[in-house]
Design a protein around this ligand. Sequence first.
Ligand SMILES: [Zn+2]
Ligand SMILES: [Zn+2]
Length: 401
Amino acid sequence: MSNTDRKLANLYRQVIRKADALRSLIVAASKFIHDHPELGEQEFECSQRLVDELRAHGFQVEMPIGGMPTAFRATLKGRRTGPTIAFLAEYDALPTVGHGCGHNFIGTASAFAGIVLSDVMNSLNGRILVIGTPAEETIGGKITLLEAGIFADVDVTLMVHPSTETRIYYSSLAAQVIEIEFRGKPSHAAASPWLGINALDALVQTYVAIDNLKKQLSPSVRIPGIITYGGARPNIVPERAVGQFSVRAESSAALSDVIKKVKACARGAALATRARLSFRIIDRRYDEMRSNRTLASLFENRWRALGGQIRESSLKGRGSVDIGNLSHVIPAIHPSIAITNPETPGHSREFAHAAISPRANCELLRVVKTLALTALDILTQKQALKKIRAEFQLQRSAKSK
Ligand SMILES: [Zn+2]
Ligand SMILES: [Zn+2]
């Protein structure tokens, strides 16, 4: 073993030792976020908790950033300039099911992946960022931060998501929520319904038409919907009815095509009922996730070497994530990490419970180490970033053809 190899091996060992030493602090931070579920854009206590930990370990923190009060960027500089690696921290919860998506795990993993590198960065070239990215479940905070230029100087982004399976190379669906509103005319619903125009009928017809449409589409397309307003009282012909549909497809291009077909379903119902129709785009479009295979394989090697298992599950469908948009601009990964059995539904109280279980905490520590060691690979192996970029450019040009 050469002197340089020995030095490198020492760096890796030092990072693992640091993570082990911080175990109780890591678990406590995850529990704190779990115990304080805050909805998107209101994650004041949780973002502050992570910022406090990062500052205590030598990070320079800017907060707020990108016009988002609960977003932050924490920076730890190395000896000289080099690759900039960003760990992305999420910490928003869901209404009624708290941390049913397990973002307590994500925020803690990303913040501490940065923190465990704090003792070794003075001997390395490059920069570690921990970026606090709010509101993943609603407005897509990462898209806001991307548009605000927060990622302009970032070379790679890494994060993980707790799940019912462990899948390193993750893909997600492009998604867009669309609101459909019908306006009708009120009338006595029993004495003179023929004098009214029933907006709820139009919406129900649309709901059924969309359900029928699914049979004509690729099996990966998803169009779950809800009715958010269906009338004031049963004895008045509903004057107004509103529904929201989350349209999801394999890619943004496929999504645009499905949205056209969904709109056609609503137009048909408007024609049949004489109700007036309007559409509104809710939240931003989430692009499909394009994981970088080179980066994913660096992660996978470290994960396996630390005793991590790969458990892909055929029961697991795909969701949509706001890192999808980032992954089209910067090489990114978003591995899923199993913290519970495949039958546990996501976005549920059971999943929230699992997100703080002893199993989750054990995987959390392994994730902190794996993320940090993957960053070390990029900072210490000259070829690593070159290969990641080459794959990214190739994927980009293939998609634009
Ligand atoms: Zn979620
Ligand atoms: Zn999530």
